[in-house]
Design a protein around this ligand. Structure first.
Ligand code: MG
Length: 372
C-alpha cells in the first residue's frame, strides 16, 4: 500500500524568535527540517511532500537537490497548507507530520501506518503527565480525568481520499484547526490514537534548540593493602580480603575514584579539597556518606549523574561475585537505574604494584546531566 508523507514546514515559527523559519535553524549542527526529512527516508514511504513557506524557497530548493522530496507551497493557514499538499499526495495512505518534530522514531512512523490500516486513522498521542484543566477567563470550568487525557503529537495518518474530503469541507468554513485529527473528527469520524514517545517533541521555543550537553568526568584512585582487617570496601560493599586498604577513611577506593570523576565533570576541585585527610571529621568515614555530600554539591549546580562506569584493577581478592551487589549499591546511592552503571574488574597480569598484590587502582568515568 503506497504511503505519502506531508511535512508541514510552511509556518514562520515566530515563537522561537528567530529571524527566519525555525525549521531551518540548526539542532546540533543539522537543520531541523533535514532531521525531520531524514526520519521519513524509509522503504515504506513512497512519497515525501514538504509544504513550505514562499519566503524559504531558496533553502527548500537546495533541500530538493539533496533529498527525494516534492515541494508544495503552503497557504496562509495550516488548513490551506495541508489541503494544498493533499492535492499532490498520490499515496493511498497519507501521514501528516510537523516539520518541527525531528525526533520522530521509525517505530512511530510504522505504528502510524499500521494503525491506519487497522482503524482508518492514526493519531500519535502520549498520556499527559499533569492534571489538565479547561480555563475560561481565569477560572477553571472543568477538570477532565487525567487518565482520559493525551498530548496529541504527529504523525497523524489517514486514507488520503477520506482526509481530502474532510479538508474540502473544512476549507468552506471559517474555523481554524491546529491538527488533522480535529478536521477528521469534525467531518469524518472519531480518530484512533496510537501511543507515541515523549521524545517526539516539538521544537517551539528558542531554548528547545539548545541540546542538553552531557558533561564528562574522569577519576582515578589507588590505595595500598596493609591494614589489619579481613575485608575491603568497594562501592559500599564489603569484600572478604586477607588485608584491608590503608586509608584515612574506610578506604573505598572505587567510591573515591567515582567522587573525583563526578567533581571533575562538574568542574569542581578534587576530593582532597572537600574531604582533606587532615580533617578528623573524615577519619574512618563511610565513603558512601562522602559520595552523598558530592551529589549534594553537584545538585547545587543542577547537575546529577546520567551514567557511570567504574573499572577496578586488583590482583586479589577475586571480585566477580560482588559486582552485582556493587552495582546495586551505586544504583541506590546515585538514584540511577542499574543499567546506567557499569562496573568491571580485572587483574594486572602480575605486573606492577597491582600485579604484585600491593594495592588496588580504580578508574571511574561519568556523564552528568543538567537537571535544572
Ligand atoms: Mg582515596
Amino acid at each position: 500500500m503506497s504511503v505519502s508523507v506531508i511535512i508541514c514546514a510552511a509556518g514562520k515559527g515566530t515563537r522561537a524568535g528567530f529571524s527566519n523559519n525555525k525549521i531551518l535553524a540548526l539542532y546540533e549542527g543539522i537543520p531541523v527540517i533535514e532531521r525531520t526529512i531524514s526520519a521519513f527516508l524509509l522503504p515504506e514511504i513512497t512519497q515525501l511532500i514538504v509544504a513550505y513557506n514562499k519566503e524559504d524557497e531558496a533553502e527548500m530548493l537546495a533541500l530538493k537537490k539533496k533529498y527525494p522530496i516534492e515541494l508544495v507551497e503552503g497557504g496562509a493557514v495550516r488548513t490551506q497548507t495541508v489541503y494544498n499538499a493533499l492535492q499532490a499526495a498520490t499515496g493511498e495512505i497519507v501521514l501528516v507530520h510537523d516539520g518541527a518534530r525531528p525526533f520522530v522514531s521509525t517505530r512511530e512512523i510504522l505504528d502510524c501506518i499500521a494503525c491506519v490500516r487497522a482503524h482508518d486513522s492514526a493519531i500519535c498521542a502520549v498520556p499527559v503527565v499533569n492534571t489538565q484543566a479547561q480555563v475560561i477567563g481565569e477560572e477553571i470550568v472543568a477538570v477532565p480525568s487525567r487518565a482520559e487525557c493525551y498530548d496529541v503529537l504527529t504523525p497523524q495518518g489517514f486514507y488520503t481520499k477520506a482526509l481530502l474530503k474532510c479538508y474540502e469541507k473544512a476549507l468552506r468554513g471559517q474555523k481554524s484547526y491546529t491538527d488533522d485529527g480535529s478536521v477528521y473528527a469534525e467531518f469524518c469520524g472519531k480518530p484512533h490514537i496510537f501511543v507515541g514517545s515523549r521524545a517526539n517533541r516539538k521544537l517551539t521555543y528558542a531554548e528547545d534548540f539548545q541540546p542538553h550537553p552531557h558533561r564528562a568526568g574522569f577519576g582515578v584512585d589507588t590505595h595500598a593493602f596493609g591494614k589489619e582487617q579481613n575485608f575491603i570496601t568497594l562501592c559500599g560493599v564489603q569484600v572478604p580480603s586477607e588485608s584491608g586498604l590503608i586509608a584515612h577513611s574506610d578506604g573505598d577506593v572505587a567510591v573515591h575514584a567515582l567522587m573525583d570523576a563526578l567533581l571533575s565533570a562538574a568542574g569542581k576541585k578534587d576530593i582532597g579539597h572537600y574531604f582533606p585527610d587532615t580533617d578528623e571529621k573524615w577519619r574512618g568515614a563511610n565513603s558512601m556518606s562522602m559520595l552523598a555530600e558530592v551529589l549534594r554539591i553537584l545538585k547545587e549546580d543542577g547537575l546529577s549523574p546520567a551514567s557511570v562506569s567504574v573499572a577496578i584493577q586488583a590482583e586479589k581478592p577475586r571480585l566477580a561475585k560482588y559486582i552485582a551487589a556493587m552495582q546495586q549499591s551505586l544504583s541506590t546511592a546515585l538514584s540511577l537505574s542499574s543499567d546506567k552503571i557499569g562496573i568491571s574488574a580485572g587483574t594486572n597480569e602480575k605486573l606492577g604494584y597491582v600485579g604484585e598484590g600491593k594495592g588496588i587502582t580504580v578508574y571511574a568515568y561519568v556523564l552528568l546531566k543538567q537537571t535544572q
